[in-house]
Design a protein around this ligand. Structure first.
Ligand SMILES: *[C@@H]1O[C@H](CO)[C@@H](O)[C@H](O)[C@H]1NC(C)=O
Ligand SMILES: *[C@@H]1O[C@H](CO)[C@@H](O)[C@H](O)[C@H]1NC(C)=O
Ligand SMILES: *[C@@H]1O[C@H](CO)[C@@H](O)[C@H](O)[C@H]1NC(C)=O
Ligand SMILES: *[C@@H]1O[C@H](CO)[C@@H](O)[C@H](O)[C@H]1NC(C)=O
Ligand SMILES: *[C@@H]1O[C@H](CO)[C@@H](O)[C@H](O)[C@H]1NC(C)=O
Ligand SMILES: [Ca+2]
Length: 526
């Protein structure tokens, strides 16, 4: 083993410097040991690993069979597309196959028979893995390139989409954007989204079949036309905000918006010559492994980085278990030529024996206690090893101790609860009458009004008397003449002294008048 490694070392030109080795066995004054470097996988033909989807349904020609013409020979419409006949079918997979020399195989759309309704098609490519483009995307169109199209990309497996490049024979008319060329971009605008007119003009359908997203030209802004200054490119990719992400995708989408016209106008009498036909989509790139892997393999239908430096995850985006003394970091292209591995470290390697579960980058030695403790624990953790949750947070039972989501806020209702703390399942301690995990509810027979209060009245036990109605369990609304919490008292009960003087005067006066009236009436009757 050892001499094999030594042999490899001997043969690997160290000057290669393009980050293709992750580690090597070196001899130092302290004896032989591993030395680690930033590393990345080789670029590959990404079309071999892609899944494709073409929209809308029914946009692929041949179902039902259809005749079409070419711009060269618009009145001889002898070509046929028929999905049920292999020789005449044009399914999406033909955009990614290996072609025999000279024989183009291609996906083809239906013709523009519904003109003037636009002929729209989306071709969506998905990798289910972040990849970094290393060369131009080249889309080859048979029978002419679209006069309007755009390229979109996603960085999150198709959840959100962003424009990548616009293509039109007239950028202003189609997109309201001035036409630009990548060659005219500068170091500060290298990741600008542009509209280009270079790939949409009619040039005869046999010539100039390609539409490009120019990755090389953008790299050349930093590395020079001959790519001699790769160091400068890597330095810039590292330091310029958003530059690396510009070349990173998980998905691409071509939105075909108007086919080749073969002239200035659409000829309504011959719509069978307008359609899209794509024979190849070349995407060259490497798996994004955050400079922690030099191999990327296709397993179970998905590209996966073979992570080194004790990292793990699809993109080597986190530290392996038991290697989380420091927070995870991507490897770095700098310093040149070998970069920094920024490897994950096991407990015990860094600073005494202080594990911080990835919630802190720093440990500090407290002299008089003779302990090493983590400093400024993040993610709402606390403790010597950032192993506890801060007050007002509780431990997420389904998360590992080194998960960023390990501490969840208690979120106790401020009025309903006694304090901000909660128990291990997130339950807060409630004031009297309050209920629910967060104390934002009331127990039965309590009502909520900035806190829980016992019901004054209800429909069961505390029923308002004498026709009173219960208002939101808070009080009885009594009819005239009754009072008391449950309207149980008549306002002028002769047995009580509750009648106040005003109303008793009034009442006696009324009684007097009525008696007088009755007396008078009797008088009249008899
Ligand atoms: C193509 O995709 C875009 C979103 O990227 C969507 O708005 C549009 O409706 C799609 N067009 C077709 C024809 O499916
Ligand atoms: C995407 O990759 C993940 C992780 O390897 C895998 O679990 C998932 O099934 C893949 N999804 C598809 C649609 O292939
Ligand atoms: C990763 O961990 C192993 C022990 O499992 C160790 O031998 C190796 O040196 C570590 N690699 C790095 C880059 O720290
Ligand atoms: C608990 O942790 C798991 C695993 O990380 C996470 O998916 C989940 O969202 C977390 N729960 C909450 C409530 O944050
Ligand atoms: C938290 O409190 C709730 C309500 O009092 C209780 O049901 C639960 O068992 C408690 N959980 C723990 C871990 O003590
Ligand atoms: Ca093909």
């Amino acid at each position: 083993m050892l001499h094999l490694v030594a042999f490899l070392l001997h043969c690997l030109p160290l000057a290669m410097g393009h980050y293709d080795i992750c580690k090597s066995w070196v001899t130092t004054d302290d004896g032989p040991s591993w030395e680690f470097y930033a590393c990345q996988p080789k670029a590959m033909r990404m079309k071999d690993y892609v899944t494709v989807r073409v929209d809308p349904p029914g946009i692929t020609c041949g179902d039902p069979p259809e005749r079409f013409c070419t711009h060269e020979n618009p009145y001889l419409c002898s070509d046929e597309c028929d999905a049920s006949t292999p020789d005449l079918a044009h399914p999406p997979k033909l955009m990614f196959d290996k072609e025999d020399e000279g024989l183009a195989t291609y996906w083809q759309s239906v013709t523009w028979s519904r003109y003037p309704e636009p002929l729209l098609a989306n071709i969506t490519l998905s990798w289910n893995k972040s990849i970094e483009l290393t060369d131009d995307i080249v889309v080859t169109f048979e029978y002419g390139r679209p006069t309007i199209m755009m390229l979109e990309k996603s960085l999150d497996n198709g959840r959100t989409w962003h424009p990548y490049q616009y293509y039109a024979d007239d950028c202003m008319e189609a997109f309201g954007m001035p036409a630009r060329r990548v060659r005219d971009l500068s170091t500060t605008s290298a990741n600008r989204i542009i509209c280009t007119e270079e790939y949409s003009r009619w040039a005869g359908s046999k010539k100039e079949k390609n539409v490009r997203l120019e990755v090389r030209d953008r790299f050349a802004i930093f590395a020079g036309q001959d790519f001699r200054n790769m160091d400068n490119l890597y330095t810039r990719l590292e330091s310029a905000k958003g530059l690396k992400d510009f070349f990173t995708v998980t998905d691409l989408r071509m939105r075909l918006l108007r086919p080749a016209l073969g002239g200035t106008y659409v000829q309504r009498e011959n719509l069978y010559k307008y359609f899209y036909a794509v024979s190849n989509i070349e995407v060259t790139g490497r798996c994004k492994c955050n400079l922690h892997a030099n191999l990327c393999s296709f397993k179970e239908g998905t590209l996966q980085c073979e992570c080194e430096h004790n990292t793990t995850g699809l993109d080597c985006g986190k530290c392996k278990k038991n290697f989380r003394t420091r927070s995870w970091r991507a490897g770095s292209y700098l310093p040149l030529p070998n970069g920094s591995p920024n490897a994950c470290a096991a407990a015990g390697l860094a600073f005494g024996n202080c594990e911080c579960y990835g919630h802190s980058n720093r440990c500090s030695y407290i002299d008089f206690l003779n302990v090493v403790t983590c400093v400024s624990c993040k993610h709402n953790t606390r403790g010597q090893h950032c192993q506890h949750c801060r007050l007002g947070f509780y431990r997420n039972g389904s998360a590992e101790l080194d998960d960023e989501n390990v501490c969840i806020e208690c979120n106790c209702n401020q009025i309903g609860s006694l304090h901000d703390r909660c128990n291990e399942t997130g339950y807060c301690e409630c004031r009297e009458g309050a209920a629910g995990p967060k104390c934002d509810d009331c127990l039965p027979n309590y009502y909520w009004r900035q806190g829980c209060f016992p019901n004054v009245c209800d429909e069961e036990l505390l029923i308002c008397q004498n026709g009173g109605t219960c208002y939101q369990n808070q009080r009885c609304i009594c009819p005239a003449g009754y009072k008391g919490v449950l309207c149980e008292q008549s306002k002028c009960d002769s047995d009580t002294k509750a009648c106040n003087s005003a109303s008793s005067t009034y009442l006696s006066l009324t009684t007097f008048l009525i008696s007088a009236l009755i007396l008078q009436l009797r008088h009249l009757d008899f």
